[in-house]
Design a binder for this molecule. Sequence first.
Ligand code: CA
Length: 250
Amino acid sequence: MIPAMGTGRRRVLLVEDETGIVEPVVAALEREGFGPVVAGTLGDARAAFEAEAPDIVLLDVNLPDGSGFDFCREVRRAGDVPVIMVTARGDEMDRIVGLEIGADDYVVKPFSARELVARVRAVLRRFEATARQGEHAAGAGPAEVGGVRLDTARRQVTLDGEPVELSRKEYELLALLMRHAGAVVTREQAIEEVWDTNWFGSTKTLDVHISGLRKKLGDDPAAPAYIHTARGVGFRFAGPDEFGAGAGTP
Ligand code: CA
């Protein structure tokens, strides 16, 4: 494990067992002012995540003691640290699984260290912009439509007063839809804003997240109360006026 140095440097936890990849990436990260921390196994990654509190995680899928996907889930549960998955070339399933379990981006081997560092910058920038938006939106108070209440300050969602457990991507998708409540959000817009990609596979990922959200909000896909399908275009979250007076709020 290489400890992060200095203060104010963004710490990048690189979980990778191939030294041929580790060395150039570490060199590129250091050159660009990041503080890399390297873990070659899941065990080391867990310890480093605790000890170093990284700002972002770069995560190989195939590790000697298990799957990077497991660690991705753990990072997601632990809080808001973005994850970039590193997948083998042509392994489309890996990319789909990675995005579905909440990875923020992925790179495909072989990649240049320069490309990877550019992705790190992009994800961190987007992540911080989202956090600022959250703070900004928080000033406007929680959004509420029918029985669904979205508290951007706490990143909490309740349905009829009961907490709803959402994955980070589900939360971001719901927040996007509710920001535009009553209006259609196109598939392209959703994919671009929530996954920051125009990769064709993410359109399936979007459907998976929509159906997950509907399930958690008790929406019948055949006659949804909240998330309506705009056929061939996208999705529309119901506007506040579509619920009778007193339907959700006292
Ligand atoms: Ca590996």
